[in-house]
Design a protein around this ligand. Structure first.
Ligand SMILES: Cc1ncc(COP(=O)(O)O)c(C=O)c1O
Length: 438
């Protein structure tokens, strides 16, 4: 059974021969809450938060783990992350609003975004969040003005693009020079941003940030980024007297979506990051900053599965068998965006050998709406509950209403109990904002 690798940690096959997570029968969950259904395992989420804390804090006292809430943001998740003692990265006003609803400690919030609006900045200031990660000269100016108008001095980090390209999908590479994010090191923009931030009356520059990409397996790109960034920090210290107190290396650690994926572990990531920083600190003779990382996918990814109900099974002899489910690109757009590969299984036939090769199709009016291609599952029938694992990150977060499809419900499971943490949308919700022509 490969469940320990790509399924939540508490996954078992129960006496009924069904898939069970957090002590709950997945087939029963699908019946009670309906489908499509995101099922999050509380234990896995907490295990991942703790694994990060242990891996980094056993190597350095100067570290902080910041959960990147873009991977999966909602009130309950913010509450869990707060209880686990992690900080929070938000990328837009909506994620900030979820943090506020959860009463997340504002001083532990980092606000990202390459085009923060005035009202988003004002919301962050009103909440008294700890840090803005500034991303453009315009933002520096606007934030300085708005902070000044409130009579506050806002602590900020400057987002840098170190010019490092990790081996991952080009859509999730963010650290290269040609990026919409941050200030380039190679073209003098970064130094200009540091200079202006230091000169701003109502801003206090305390650190730098870089996020080189996502779903990264090879840790050498992080080492390369640390080297480039510290060379710049040494230069800015000499030129501007800037002492970097917070060094935020972003997120990006990859996870296993299929058993053949071979990501680095959290422990290996921590080892590589801490060693690289220590090496560069010694090399440049600068004060050791606090090391921050911002994992999203590697905390939430394998903590959830999506359960669907099988509708039609279309056999095209000698060609392919399509198993159509009641969701698709509206609840998991990653296969269409990035060509991402997933696994699948039938939850009500967990003990039945996977002998039939099928393609799992969504219900949307789009030929590319294929959730999983060419996967072996137990013989499928209409009414089965089909599950795709490792959908906890950038699944619900990227959900949409294509074809007027309501967004799924999300449940949290643990110790044999389940509870809804995000209600299922209804078709009334989907049309609620629509007005007549005249
Ligand atoms: C600034 C920043 N930090 C952290 C993350 C989280 O990355 P991941 O989910 O790959 O860990 C992202 C993802 O895009 C990001 O843009």
């Amino acid at each position: 059974m490969t469940h320990t690798l790509i399924y939540p940690h508490t996954t078992v096959h129960n006496e009924a021969g069904h898939l069970a997570i957090g002590g709950c029968d997945v087939v029963e969950l699908a019946t009670v809450y309906g489908t499509p259904l995101f099922i999050y395992d509380e234990q896995t989420l907490r295990d991942q938060c703790r694994a990060y804390k242990t891996a980094f804090s056993s190597r350095t006292d100067l570290c902080e783990i910041v959960y990147a809430s873009k991977a999966f943001s909602c009130r309950a998740m913010c509450e869990l992350v707060a209880a686990e003692g992690l900080s929070l990265d938000v990328a837009a006003g909506g994620e900030l609003a979820a943090a506020r609803l959860a009463a997340f400690p504002p001083e532990r919030i980092y606000f990202h975004g390459n085009n923060k609006s005035r009202s988003e900045i004002e919301l962050g200031l009103e909440m008294g969040i700890g840090y803005f990660v500034v991303d453009s000269l315009r933002e520096i100016e606007l934030l300085d003005d708005l902070a000044g108008a409130r009579g506050v001095c806002q602590t900020v980090l400057v987002r840098l693009t170190p010019g490092v390209k990790p081996t991952t999908h080009s859509y999730v590479q963010t650290g290269q020079q040609d990026s919409k994010f941050g200030f380039g090191l190679g073209d003098g923009q970064a130094e200009e941003a540091v200079r202006r931030t230091l000169a701003a009356a109502n801003l206090q520059l305390v650190g730098v940030h870089a996020h080189i990409g996502s779903q990264i397996f090879d840790l050498s790109s992080y080492r390369a980024a640390v080297e480039v960034l510290f060379a710049a920090l040494a230069e800015w210290r000499r030129l501007h007297g800037f002492e970097c107190c917070l060094f935020n290396l972003g997120g990006g650690l990859g996870i296993r979506y299929t058993p053949s994926d071979q990501p680095s572990s959290i422990t290996e990531f921590a080892g590589a990051a801490v060693d690289a920083v220590a090496e560069q600190v010694a090399r440049h003779g600068i004060t050791m900053p606090k090391l921050l990382v911002e994992p999203g996918r590697s905390i939430a990814g394998t903590a959830a599965v999506t359960a669907y109900r099988v509708g039609t099974v279309k056999v095209i002899p000698g060609v392919r068998t399509y198993v159509a489910v009641d969701g698709g690109m509206s609840d998991n757009i990653r296969p269409m965006l990035y060509g991402s590969r997933y696994e699948a299984m039938i939850a009500d036939k967990a003990d039945v050998p996977a002998t039939v090769e099928v393609t799992v199709a969504g219900k949307h009016c789009e030929s590319g709406d294929m959730l999983v291609r060419d996967v072996l599952i137990a013989p499928p029938e209409p009414g089965d509950v089909l599950v795709t694992p490792a959908t906890g990150a950038y699944g619900y977060a990227l959900a949409n209403n294509y074809n007027g499809q309501p967004r799924p419900a999300v449940v949290m499971v643990g110790d044999g109990e389940s509870r809804v943490i995000i209600d299922r949308e209804t078709t009334d919700d989907v049309v609620r904002l629509q007005r007549p022509l005249a």
